[in-house]
Design a protein around this ligand. Structure first.
Ligand code: FES
Length: 148
C-alpha cells in the first residue's frame, strides 16, 4: 500500500504498514516492542523519548515516520556507548529511572561530537532532558567520567 514504510532501527530493517504521520515513538514502542524509549509528555518538552536519527538526538514523539525514511535510527536498545553506560552505573545515576534512557541518548550524542565537554557544553546538550527526581548532578558526573 501507499503506507508501506521501512524503518532502519539499531541496524535492522523493519517494514510496516502505518500512517506516515505517526510519531516514531509509537512505531518503536507499540509496533516493534522497543519499550526502552519512553513516553513522557508527547509534546517535545521532556526528552524521555530521545532517540538518535543519523547519530543526532531527536524527539521520537515529534518525529514522524515519513521524516525518517532512509535514515538510521538508534534507540536505547541499540546504543553502544559502553563507557558511558558503565559510568551511569558507577555513579548510581537513576532514581526512578523513567527519564534515563532519554538522558543516556542525549549524553551519548554529546560525547560523539564533543569527547571532552565543559560544564556549559553538558548543560546545553542536556537542557532538554527533564528529570523529576533531580539526578542532574549525578548525570553530569557520569558524563565527565566517561569523557576523555
Ligand atoms: Fe517526547 Fe516528552 S515524550 S519530549
Amino acid at each position: 500500500s501507499d503506507n508501506n514504510l521501512t524503518l532502519k532501527i539499531n541496524g535492522k530493517l523493519f517494514q510496516m504498514d502505518a500512517d506516515p504521520k505517526m510519531p516514531v515513538l509509537w512505531a518503536v514502542r507499540d509496533m516493534l516492542g522497543l519499550t526502552g524509549t519512553k513516553y513522557g509528555c508527547g509534546a517535545g518538552l521532556c526528552g524521555a523519548c530521545t532517540i538518535h536519527v543519523d547519530g543526532k538526538p531527536a524527539r521520537a514523539c515529534l518525529t514522524s515516520l515519513s521524516q525518517v525514511q532512509g535514515k538510521e535510527l538508534t534507540t536505547i536498545e541499540g546504543l553502544e556507548a559502553d563507557k558511558l553506560k558503565r559510568a551511569w552505573t558507577e555513579h548510581n545515576v537513576p532514581q526512578c529511572g523513567y527519564c534515563q534512557s532519554g538522558q543516556l541518548m542525549s549524553a551519548a550524542a554529546l560525547l560523539t561530537t564533543n569527547s571532552k565537554p565543559s560544564d556549559r557544553d553538558i548543560d546545553e546538550a542536556m537542557a532538554g532532558n527533564i528529570c523529576r527526581c533531580g539526578t542532574y548532578t549525578r548525570i553530569k558526573s557520569a558524563i565527565k567520567s566517561a569523557s576523555d
